[in-house]
Design a protein. Sequence first.
Length: 523
Amino acid sequence: MRRRIVTALAAALVAVALLLPSTVGDLSPWAFLRLPVEALAAVLALLLLPAGARRPAAVALGAVLGLLLLVKALDLGFGSVRDEPFDLVLDWPLLPPAVEYLATTGGQALALAVVVAVCAAALAVVVLTALATGRLVRIAAGRRTAVLRGTALLSAVWVVVAIPGLPVAAAPAWSTALQHARQVGISLGDADAFAAEVAADRFAGRPLLGALPRHDVLLVFVESYGRTALEHPELAPSVGAVLDAGTERLAAAGYAARSGYLTSTTSGGGSWLAHATLLAGVRVDNQPRYDALMGRDRLTLPKAFQAAGWSTFGVMPGITRDWPEGAFFGYDRVYPAAEMGYAGPAFGYATMPDQYALAFLERVRRANGPLFAVVPVLSSHAPWRPLPSALPWPGVGDGSVFATMPHGGEWPQAIWTRPAAEVRADYGKSLEYSWATLVSYLDSHAEGAPVVIAVGDHQPAAMVTGNSPNRDSPITLISRDPEVLDRIADWRWTPGLRPAPEAPTWPMAAFRDRFLTAFGSAG
């Protein structure tokens, strides 16, 4: 009985490795009720080998199958967050930031435990799949004639059901391996393609921003603010109401706004890739591109403002370590979280509430001008709970008052275990907070009539968006100066903070060029 149980478990493991889909949308019990052609081909090939070579070949094939199972697991993990499969060449550098996220939200001990558990599980998968395949082939070899006849019959059945395209006939392992092999070829040539994209810069060496009035310009990245927030039936009514109320409040303060969409280069995470794309005007959709960009001479929006006489600042509440990239982007001064004077608690991933980050920005504004400042606000970053409460602006102080609010308790990774509708609701509330805070800031600190560009860096995780391939994020330009708004009239963006569904949608990499074109010269 024990041997039969072990054999059944071995067969189940091999079947899972063969039949497990690599995309979240294909996960269902029916996916495991298919006939994989790879199993039939492997049985025939292994049983036709000489007896001495059969077991080593089976173990090696099982190890390869175990590695393929790990690749599928990575595909599912990336699909559940970024809505795309894992790139075997370009995506490895994204794993350390995932560990850093665990350490930030759950502590170093949790991050270390997860890393050790994942590495142990990966090794176990490869070893157990190799042993399972060897065991099954050894048993099949003991019944060689009967197994060969049965395999030949099933192969004929597979061909019969495959011709009309019935889903019972499947080649899932081969399809996954072929897909990744093709992607590897494409990714290996990505470095040369990117070098050519970076070198092609029509704005290098040209006069810049001569038609932009010398207002403070604030570029606010709203974390995880994606099109889903405005179109999902569970989110659109409440988020849209906050945006509409904000439009009215800003109008009463003399502001007007125009909104459109940008298609981000990432989804569910990798915010820095989107930031680099927008600021440098070149597509940065993987970590090797980001690293390569940092070593090149490329005009960025901060550099353009710097050359035109603005002071440039990065107010970076999400930066908690050395950040040499600031020099590449062209900031005169970078304020990481540790230099922003915040004395309160973290709220989930966010090192500080948006309200404190904007209050600190106001101090920087008052001490410098005109300035161009980039400010990523983090309260809408997963896990989207807990959220701070709004305070009167004079009461923000050094942020210690936020310690009186609930700011801990729930395990941050609970977003993976809670119902999707509940997680989605938390996401919506976080965006309502972020936008209400930004509107309140502009209404309460209108001195100097700043120009504000508020943009979502990417869509939230797939658990919020569902199986949507859409990567659009809203972008809004807010100003009290009619001259500024007249300059972008030909963009045909929607009036107000909420872009219409038919509002223009550009690649995120196109914004730099559009902005520099609109405000390039007074002529």
